[in-house]
Design a protein around this ligand. Structure first.
Ligand SMILES: Nc1nc2c(ncn2[C@@H]2O[C@H](COP(=O)(O)OP(=O)(O)O)[C@@H](O)[C@H]2O)c(=O)[nH]1
Ligand SMILES: [Mg+2]
Length: 420
């Protein structure tokens, strides 16, 4: 993903390197630190993409297919609590859970209704697993790290032993795409926990593209609308993309078309700029794509995936032209370039141009000064030439008159000798 952008970015970074290697080519009043800073800025430019949609819409499966080509984020039948997961680049796989601070926890506890309905039962489950509130919340270190992702469910699943105390989970993974893009996997429902709700909102607003996932034959319901109203209303239209997932689960193409037509005709969605037009709608089979990638990498499938693999294979959804993951990749790429990438590249091209332009103006000035010096020398030269000519002429005249006089002088001298 983003290959063309990366190539262009690398070319610009090379330009910065060249300038840093030969700083003399720059005008004297440009500080080298300024160039270093600009280069760093470009290196650190980063994209954020958020995946939203109801629980079970297929967000985790799609992220696994797009990024990893294997099941890195768990997608299982136990519903996960509404927890936001950030997926970032790291040299080694690592899980980082951010727990609530003491102050945040007090705010949660003080909401009696929320405490009784959600927090208390969850805390009791954790106690049964040997994890106590004071052990987690009162610690100064808010972050717990694990060097593999195996235990992720303990932090995000409904009955995970740390789940009630987790505010945010960050996964680090050595994956080239993540060097350019950070993925935000959001809960699809409004969170009764208002603190997590706030974190999710902040992350969604950081993103340059938001993918809203629904699935074939699932009518957008109140849960979708509430979520969209709460989280996505202020996201600009050009950043939004809607995915209809699980297209493999529809038996006839007419049924799918009917579903799409209904979505497109839905005025309340149109008003919310979620399914604005056919062009911003992508139809995929996330599971088909994931299995296709796993088989290509010759990874073994678990029992559940094995079962789906047979079914999807029979329907042809393990074929790229049918699961259509690359269409989604292209659409995400397009959004990122339009909303941010183009601007990044243009800003740096303009900056580099202005550097050279300044130098060209300086050099042109210098050339002009040299030219006028030369002109001066040239006119001086002309004067000299003229003087030389005069001297020559004078010489010539002198020569002529001398020749004239010589016989006369000779005669005179002769006479003189005789006389003597
Ligand atoms: N048939 C079919 N099932 C899918 C597809 N994508 C995901 N699923 C299944 O839907 C369920 C929920 O998927 P998951 O990725 O965990 O959804 P999330 O809650 O939005 O992250 C899992 O059982 C997946 O295997 C798809 O394209 N086709
Ligand atoms: Mg999920």
């Amino acid at each position: 993903m983003l290959q063309e952008y990366k190539d262009k970015k690398n070319k610009l970074l090379n330009q910065y390197d060249k300038i840093l290697k030969f700083p003399n080519i720059l005008s004297e009043d440009i500080k080298i630190e300024h160039i270093q800073e600009k280069k760093k800025q470009l290196e650190e430019e980063h994209f954020f993409v958020s995946f939203t949609g109801q629980i079970k819409a297929g967000k985790s499966t799609l992220i696994n297919a797009l990024l990893f080509g294997e099941e890195v984020i768990p997608s299982d039948d136990t519903p996960h609590t509404a927890k936001i997961t950030i997926i970032k680049y790291g040299e080694k796989p690592m899980l980082e859970a951010t727990f609530y601070s003491k102050e945040e926890w007090e705010v949660l506890e003080s909401n009696q209704e929320f405490y009784e309905e959600f927090l208390k039962p969850d805390i009791e489950k954790s106690v049964n697993k040997g994890v106590y509130v004071n052990e987690i919340i009162n610690k100064t270190a808010k972050i717990k790290k694990e060097n593999d992702l195996e235990n992720l469910t303990e932090y995000v699943a409904r009955d995970g032993k740390y789940t009630p105390f987790v505010n945010l989970v960050t996964l680090y993974y050595p994956n080239e795409i993540l060097k350019e893009i950070t993925i935000v996997d959001t809960p699809g429902t409004n969170d009764p926990n208002k603190l997590r709700d706030k974190v999710a909102k902040e992350w969604i607003h950081k993103t340059n593209a938001n993918i809203y996932i629904t699935y074939a034959n699932q009518a957008m319901d109140k849960v979708d609308i509430d979520f969209i109203d709460n989280f996505l209303l202020s996201v600009p239209k050009e950043q939004k993309l809607t995915v209809v997932n699980k297209i493999d689960s529809v038996n006839d193409t007419d049924g799918l078309e009917e579903y799409i037509t209904e979505l497109l005709a839905d005025e309340s969605l149109k008003r919310r700029e979620i399914v604005s037009d056919r062009e911003s709608l992508v139809l995929v089979s996330g599971l088909g794509a994931l299995i296709d990638k796993m088989l290509t990498k010759e990874l073994s499938l678990n029992e559940e995936l094995e079962y789906y693999a047979k079914e999807l294979d029979e329907k042809g959804f393990l074929e790229p032209e049918n699961h259509k993951l690359s269409t989604l990749e292209k659409m995400i790429e397009q959004k990122l370039i339009q909303n941010k990438g183009q601007n990044i590249l243009e800003t740096h091209i303009k900056f580099l141009d202005s550097l050279f332009e300044k130098r060209v103006i300086e050099l042109t000035k210098k050339i002009n000064v040299e030219k006028s010096n030369l002109n001066y020398l040239f006119t001086e030269n002309k004067d000299l030439e003229k003087k030389l000519e005069d001297i020559y002429n004078f010489n010539y005249t002198l020569d002529k008159s001398t020749r004239h006089f010589i016989p006369f002088i000779q005669l005179k001298s002769h006479k003189l000798i005789i006389y003597i």
